[in-house]
Every structure is written in C-alpha cells, then in structure tokens.
Design a protein around this ligand. Sequence first.
Ligand SMILES: Cc1cc2nc3c(=O)[nH]c(=O)nc-3n(C[C@H](O)[C@H](O)[C@H](O)COP(=O)(O)OP(=O)(O)OC[C@H]3O[C@@H](n4cnc5c(N)ncnc54)[C@H](O)[C@@H]3O)c2cc1C
Length: 357
Amino acid sequence: MAAHDVVVIGAGPAGSTAAYRLARAGARVLLMDKARFPRDKPCGGGVTVRAARLLPFSIDPVVEDVVDRIACGLDFGPQFERRSSGPLAYMTQRKRLDHFLLEQAIEAGAEVRLETTVDARELDADFVVGADGCNGASAKQLGLGGGIVHGVALEANYPHEPRFARAMVLEIAVIRGGYGWIFPKGDHLNVGVGGNASEGPKLRTALRRMCEAYGFDPDAAVERRGYRLPMRTAATRLVHGNAAVIGDAAGLVDPFSGDGMYEAFLSAQLVAEAILAGDLASYADGVARRIGPLASAGWGAKRAFERFPRTTFALARLPVTFRALEKLLRGELGHPGAARGMERGAIGLIYAVSRVS
Ligand SMILES: Cc1cc2nc3c(=O)[nH]c(=O)nc-3n(C[C@H](O)[C@H](O)[C@H](O)COP(=O)(O)OP(=O)(O)OC[C@H]3O[C@@H](n4cnc5c(N)ncnc54)[C@H](O)[C@@H]3O)c2cc1C
C-alpha cells in the first residue's frame, strides 16, 4: 500500500484547497511546500465573490476590504465608474490568505510538510497532484503541462489612501494585452501592471505612470515584484495516469483579467472530485466544461481590447455590460457566453470586435 492516498505538491490556493477537500472526505493526504509559512506570493490578492463562493468555508478572517465599486479608465484617457448593490471582490494579502487556507487543510486532517522541495517523480502515493505554481517543476516531471503561454506583471505596495477604499481601479491598455490596477488593503494599496510577455521591459515605466496618473508618489513603493502569468493552450496536458496539475501549474490564469484564484479553487475542487470518484481522467473534462468557456471569453476580451481599444472600451462602459460583469464577478453567471437578453447583446458585440480582421 502506498504511504499516502494523495500527495499534493505546493500549498498555494490550489494545493491547500485540494488537500482540504480530499482530507475532509477521508483520504490520507500529504501536502508539501518548499516554503516556510506564512510566505508571500506576488499577487493583487483580489478574491472575486465568484471565487470565494467556491470555498466550503468563509475567508472573512483575512479579508481587509470589500470592493463594490469599479473605476475603469482607458490608458489614462476616458473613465467611468460603476457601483454594485453588493460585494464584487474581497481584498486579501496573499501572505495571510495562503496561511489561512493551509490552516484549513491541516484542520481538515491533511498531513503537512513545509520547507521541503519536492521532486514529483520520487513520491509514494496513489495519486499525485502538482499545484506548485507557474515556476514549479512538477508538470514537467510528471509529463504534463506544455504549451503554456506566459504574461508578465509587476506590482508594488504604496501607503493607504482612503479615497481608494471599497474601489477597484482598472486602467485598461496601459500595457499591451493587459491593464493596470489599484487594489485597497487594510493598511496599504497594491498597485500593479500586467500584460503580454513582450511588454516586460515596459512594466517599470507603466507602473510609474499608474502612480503619477492617480496622484501618489512612485518612489514610495515597497515590495516591488515581478512574476509570470501562465495561460494554457489546447496543447497543455492536465492529467496522465495517476497524476494531474491544477491552478497555475496547469496554466489556468484567465487570459484577460490575469486572475487565477477562481481557477485555482475550481481546479482543486474538480481534481478532488475526480480522485474521490476513482476517475482522475474526468478531471480534464471538468476543466474543459467549467473553465474552458471562461478562458475562451478571456482570450476574446483580450484580443478585442488589444486591437480596438476605443470601441471595446465604449462597449464596456455601457451599463448593460456592467450588469453582466457584476453577475460574472459574483458567480451568478458561469461565463460571458451564458448571458441573456440585452447583456448577451453587449457581450456579443465585444466578441464580434475580437473577430474583426
Ligand atoms: C502580479 C500578480 C497579481 C495577481 N493578482 C491576482 C488577483 O488579484 N486575483 C487573482 O485571483 N489572481 C491574481 N493573480 C494570479 C494568482 O496569483 C495565481 O493564479 C495563484 O497564485 C495560483 O495559485 P496556485 O496555488 O496555483 O500557485 P501558487 O500560489 O504560485 O502556489 C504554488 C506553491 O507551490 C510551492 N512550490 C513551488 N515549487 C515547489 C516544489 N518543487 N516543491 C514544493 N513546493 C513548491 C510554492 O512555494 C507555492 O507555495 C496574480 C498574479 C500575479 C503575478
């Protein structure tokens, strides 16, 4: 008999929540991470309501602000603001969120080994789940992954300013294939820019422009860090034999928003369900069904904003588009293609723009 039913490599949002679900169901789970916790991870720390709703427990203890307002600009030109009648996203710091998620996995019964760099080929388990993020080696070691396209992002923290409380600032097209953001935390603001990998050399200037445009000192930055955003393609292999990859290790970051925590939580849920059903191969179908349509929509929005920023921005600022976005962020709409009525019309126009040659 193998020493464990499942070994999970990496205790980020994907790994810890997979371990939580498996341990809760009675599996003998070993969760391993090379880091000592609490540890940080370059990330805006924005958990959409849609993502939080996937979790079987509340993340309230680590929520530092609740966003119900979006201020959206186009490359420091036209701007609009929309307010929702309820929360859209919870603002967390990854250092605290990931530690909290790890504690939930431990409480559920997962055995945890930290400060241990794992080689996925040397494990004694019935199932192996690679959740070691976009720089992890498990996918390659397990003969998985491949075909992943990378984006890049740079972020830093700045002194808190009350005018940004409860608001998410998104400045589209400040960088090709992406946007800049300002996210409010309990005692600071997280500001970042992200986009296509080819934009790497422009990130520092773009981050400085974000600060100047929104009226704070670019030199007040602390903890400035860059990191990659992995996006899978049709060639990316998610499962083989008794092994699977989830979260960033599987390249599940949304191509437009750059968010990956929803996908991390959902892929963790799907892999746990597949393992518990004794049918790991069904995990890939689950990802195709539940995450595939969102990723396609993300590629469409990214293409539309890249090629026709003004037209796409004009469509995005329509109140009806915000209603669809609101439903998406709250998890009331599975993916943009599932919108109905006027909302479907507005989304359809953005798709149409993305397809214009
Ligand atoms: C700048 C930036 C901003 C972002 N902002 C947001 C946001 O606001 N909202 C959002 O939803 N997403 C955001 N994302 C994406 C999000 O950070 C990722 O999608 C998310 O962290 C994926 O979680 P994960 O568990 O798959 O991987 P990770 O969080 O990367 O965790 C992987 C874990 O594996 C461990 N590990 C690696 N190698 C090994 C090994 N060999 N052995 C053992 N352990 C190992 C690491 O120590 C780490 O703890 C952002 C990304 C970036 C770069």
